[in-house]
Design a protein around this ligand. Sequence first.
Ligand code: NAD
Length: 332
Amino acid sequence: MIELSERKIDTEMNYIKTDRRYVAIAGAGAVGMSYAFSLLCRSACDKLCIIDTDRSRAEGEASDLNHGVAFAESNMRISAGTYESAADADILAICAGAAQRDGENRLSLMQRNAVVVRGVIRDALNAGFRGILLVVTNPVDIMTRVALDASGFPPERVIGSGTTLDTARLRHLLGDYFGVDPRNIHAYVMGEHGDSEFIPWSQAMIGTKPILDVCDDNPAQFRYEDIINIGEDVRQAAQKIIAAKGSTCYGIGMAMTRITRAIFGDENSILTVSAFLRGEYGQHGVCAGSPCIVGRTGIKSKVRLTLQEYELKLMDESCRLLKNAARTLQGV
Ligand code: NAD
């Protein structure tokens, strides 16, 4: 039975190949389990291993989720496990660590979560894990850099969730405002997933028309101030949710599933993940949200947007903040 579920007949039906999409999650908290639930609902992987320092929590979550498999369009195999049992996973999602408290800045989480992320990577590497790291623990850009350094993996295999969720929020709000399907809104949130993130409005399009031109052409209907306010709403969205319910989890779980599907489907999708920058936008040695092409091998390449001078300055300020914060981690 199990053997059969791991096999898939390709579309031409002329040969059978093994096709087992295996995800391991470190951290069975609100984010890790929202991701797991979303993976199950979307049949986004075939095998799932849930790891937590609180083993009984991981086991409880695995059982709870397993009871849903009968209702899912998926034959997913779900278990609580260890880094040893997850050694051959394709993706290790790092959701372990403390979450933001109400009013707390993401950067202040940094010291304690860096220790957690390094520990997860040490244990995963010792067990033989060699897949793709998907980092979500906050502050996510700095934790992505910590994961890159701790793993020694090539940067294309260390992906932070970055501003993927912020970009989705932005497209949704702009879609509402302009009355256009968000899938036809092309706009990105870049830089830190946090207070210094910014929107390069010069690159924001409805279809192929710049949003700034749409505002210029229809001043009675669409106002530049409104879209700036939308950008502000996006920046403050997480804090508002945290103030209301203590933490955010569903949106990020869905965003992680989106990244996972891009990887397993070799989709070459453009997603604003946190990627190690090597000269793009004049930035070196920092992980920050920027549009990247994501597929089976991870970050295949980056889309170099032609930013305006003032937008490059915003990127520089955001990256400078991340670099300065990361420097304070030395010796932790
Ligand atoms: P949570 O407190 O609900 O869960 C954290 C889990 O991690 C707990 O179950 C804990 O036992 C486990 N854990 C701690 N240390 C561990 C270790 N060394 N190995 C394995 N498991 C360990 O927190 P949450 O709400 O799920 O948030 C998790 C992280 O995700 C936080 O850092 C939060 O800030 C971050 N987050 C990121 C985004 C984003 O957009 N990047 C969005 C929301 C939350």
